[in-house]
Design a protein around this ligand. Sequence first.
Ligand SMILES: CC(C)(COP(=O)(O)OP(=O)(O)OC[C@H]1O[C@@H](n2cnc3c(N)ncnc32)[C@H](O)[C@@H]1OP(=O)(O)O)[C@@H](O)C(=O)NCCC(=O)NCCS
Length: 299
Amino acid sequence: MPLVVRPANADELVRAEELVTRSINDLTVRHGFGPIATSRSPDFQAFCLRDDPRGVWLAEDDGEIAGFALSWVSDRLWFLAELFVAPGRQGQGVGNALLDRTMQHASQAGATEKCLITFAFNVVSQGLYVRHGLLPRVSILLCTAERESLVRHAQDPALRTTPIQNTAADFEMLRGLDFATLGVSREKHHRYLLANPMVEGIFFEDGGERVGYAYVAATGHIGPLAVMHAPAMPGAFRAALAMAIAKGAPQISVFVPGTSEALAIAASQGMRFTLPMVLMSWREFGDWTRYLPRNPGFM
Ligand SMILES: CC(C)(COP(=O)(O)OP(=O)(O)OC[C@H]1O[C@@H](n2cnc3c(N)ncnc32)[C@H](O)[C@@H]1OP(=O)(O)O)[C@@H](O)C(=O)NCCC(=O)NCCS
């Protein structure tokens, strides 16, 4: 039976994410990083599908999922959150066919910016994206540390934190910070994060002025984090680390762009670089000295 590329349904997301996990682990084991992915509930994928089904595609061969792609659009930004092909089906044009479909989503939605985050060691994905006009721009490193080792370096944070509330004023502030750092609004994504009881969203305050925001998960993961001005990044990053430590999870993790001062702080605190990623975009996009993405799918 020929390969069929078609829109995915909500009840197929669990199986699609199983394929994503298999594909990631096959890649990372081949490159010496070991199996890094575990199966998770496809909450963000389901949110994206409900929000805009034009970005969610499945490649199917004889009833088996051969590949899966998911893109979201926020404001004028198209972001490729996932593109994965089953290990035995790679190099046969499946990824290319899925990417074509998700890129149609960008033009249908009127997006003028295109961006994604992929594995820095995957020459195949980078080659495919370059052929579609997206170039590698910024290195992003997953930094991790045992909570106990970070406690030894912790300093009292200089910035105050206050919770993000579900008010028009707070959403206006988030919008201003996203425009300053990314040039686009991500209101629906803030609503998604703020609805998750396992994630805490806060503003950083300096002398009564709000200078940034961050989300810190109960799992010890930090991000996204954004600051209005680059000089606020060190203070904001230290305050986010202190919050993550206070959560008590055994491991702290955060994706840090190579252009951000936060990377030197992470290294000086003994955090290890555990996964090299790279941000690719159609043209220069975002100020990565002032923004730490949540992960390669959410950005
Ligand atoms: C990356 C991935 C999605 C691509 O899908 P695929 O079905 O294997 O890719 P395709 O066969 O459609 O196309 C691959 C293209 O990469 C290009 N490519 C392969 N190796 C390359 C290299 N070393 N340098 C430059 N380009 C390269 C090829 O030219 C090929 O295009 P062509 O056959 O038209 O010439 C798939 O390999 C995969 O799932 N990899 C593991 C997970 C992953 O990294 N996903 C991306 C996450 S963002």
